[in-house]
Ligand binder design. Structure first.
Ligand code: GBH
Length: 485
């Protein structure tokens, strides 16, 4: 299957189009006339393909101090003046802590088969380690039951950036990686009877580099390179130790993976040389994270680049870090473009033209081929057993019109285009098992606070009322027909 080439794929599409229009003279295609029937929808996904939505604890839950939850680095960061848009915090967010049953109804109405959610570590261990808080775990147990009662399969991420503030040194400390494994063991032991799909961490770069190097995210630090590399190492070590902890505490058949926003490289032209350069860029551009997980080592290009600043690795670390996974989850939003060249590196990352079309968040390009290349690059390099798109979506300038509707046609365009390119990957035989749309509803968009909306349900942050947008109506059709509509 893998060998179905781009050319063949193109031919198939062309052939189907020709069939569709065979024998139909042009005037018959005028508006208002019956359209020719094609035998099968062109962009059908295979039976059993999982459609879902994604969210994360700190972005939706609120209830920041309820039932013994301890503070996270994001509570502290968002409460620090100047760190988030207009000082927005996740104190209330979507109040899903109290409204989770309503949210399960939204999911049910869409017809999704799965829901990707995350857990707040400091609800379960208020200081990150030590004595657990039963009420925290109990909340997630209730959410899981509610989902399952609605025939929705929970996919749980153990950590989506809300590091307990009580852990000394945060990710600068190796002890945090160990504490994470203990938390993973505890949670999966107690929920593993019902939850069969676990993700360890979400997007390494966002809680390592963005928190400790750029300072744009919690805890807002700007450390020198050697320390940042150590933070990165603790991040991937936490993942590896958690995989082992989950395996040791759950029944056979439990699926373990992670959700990673590996940088997506797209060839400037689909020719052999640029495709090969793209693969090299993928391996090197993700060296501290996914490449290390997949290859069980820091590759030479990374070590040479970092020199004396390279991370300090202890015996056994790389074996844990490269623990076998059942799937890789990819969060896909935007690409980088690669051109093969004669340099020592063999490629250049081409800067975006200023005219490159973008969505409401300036970092999200309108470049849907990135979802195809996200899957293809990772699969060609490392042959994982399964791929889930664990996030894909965009922000839009959503407004409620006089008819009470949110006509987010730009989001529908973005999503439809992405699914079309995801279908190409699936049609070529890459093992794409499912897709989680980011996000079920508008929520706390980190440093952007509530200024950027990513949901397919509109949330009025004053009343907390959820209203389906056009994109929710569209997604429901996609799911019902198992095809791109
Ligand atoms: C994902 O992160 C997250 O997993 C999710 O929680 C989040 O809500 C979603 O995407 C949408 O953002 O402003 O130009 O400096 C995506 C990773 C990291 C990408 C921060 C944008 C800021 C770019 N994001 N980055 S910029």
């Amino acid at each position: 299957m893998r060998n179905i080439t781009r050319r063949l794929f193109g031919k198939t599409v062309a052939a189907s189009a020709a069939t569709a229009f065979a024998g139909v003279s042009l005037p018959e295609l005028a508006f208002g006339q019956p359209q020719p029937q094609t035998s099968a929808p062109q962009l059908q996904f295979t039976k059993g393909f999982l459609w879902g939505c994604a969210t994360a604890s700190y972005q939706i839950e609120g209830g920041a101090k309820d039932d013994g939850r301890g503070p996270s680095l994001w509570d502290n960061f968002s409460h620090t003046p100047g760190k988030t848009h207009e000082g927005d915090t996740g104190d209330i967010a979507d109040d899903s802590y109290h409204l989770y049953k309503e949210d399960a109804k939204l999911l049910k109405a869409l017809g999704v088969g799965g829901y990707r959610m995350s857990m707040s570590w400091s609800r379960v261990f208020p200081t990150g380690a030590g004595t657990p808080n039963p009420k925290g775990l109990d909340y997630y147990s209730r959410v899981v039951d509610e989902l399952m009662a609605n025939n929705i399969t929970p996919y749980i991420t153990l950590f989506h950036w809300d590091t307990p503030a009580g852990l000394p040194g945060g990710w600068q400390s190796r002890d945090t990686s160990k504490a994470f494994a203990d938390y993973a063991a505890y949670v999966t032991k107690h929920l593993g009877d019902r939850v069969k799909h676990w993700m360890t961490t979400n997007e390494f770069v966002c809680f390592t580099d963005l928190g400790y190097s750029i300072g744009q995210f919690a805890p807002g630090m700007k450390l020198p390179a050697a320390q940042v590399n150590q933070v990165r190492h603790h991040g991937i070590l936490a993942h590896g130790l958690a995989v082992q902890a989950i395996r040791a505490n759950t029944p056979a058949g439990t699926q373990v993976g992670l959700a990673e926003n590996a940088t997506v490289f797209v060839p400037v032209v689909e020719t052999k040389e640029h495709i090969e350069a793209t693969r090299k860029a993928t391996r090197e551009g993700n060296a501290p994270f996914l490449t290390a997980l997949m290859e069980g080592k820091y590759i030479d290009a990374y070590l040479e680049h970092e020199g004396a600043n390279a991370p300090k690795v202890e015996a056994g670390d790389m074996a844990a870090i490269s623990s076998k996974l059942d799937f890789i989850g990819l969060n896909v939003y935007t690409p980088q473009f690669v051109r093969a060249d004669d340099s020592k590196q063999g490629y250049t990352v081409v800067p975006y033209p200023t005219s490159q079309p973008k969505m409401a968040s300036p970092w999200i390009l309108r470049a849907p081929e990135c979802i195809y290349w996200a899957v293809r690059n990772v699969c060609d390099l490392w042959k994982p057993q399964g791929i889930f798109i664990t996030e894909n979506g965009c922000s839009s300038d959503d407004v409620i019109n006089s008819a009470g509707r949110i006509e987010d046609i730009d989001r529908v365009m973005y999503l439809r285009n992405h699914l079309t390119h995801l279908h190409r990957a699936a049609a070529e035989g890459y093992p794409v098992k499912g897709y989680f749309l980011w996000s079920l509803m508008d929520n706390f968009e980190w440093a952007d606070g509530y200024s950027k909306r990513f949901g397919i349900h509109y949330v009025d942050f004053k009343t907390l009322k959820r209203t389906p947008k056009l994109s929710a109506q569209w997604y429901k059709e996609v799911i019902a027909n198992n095809t791109v509509v």
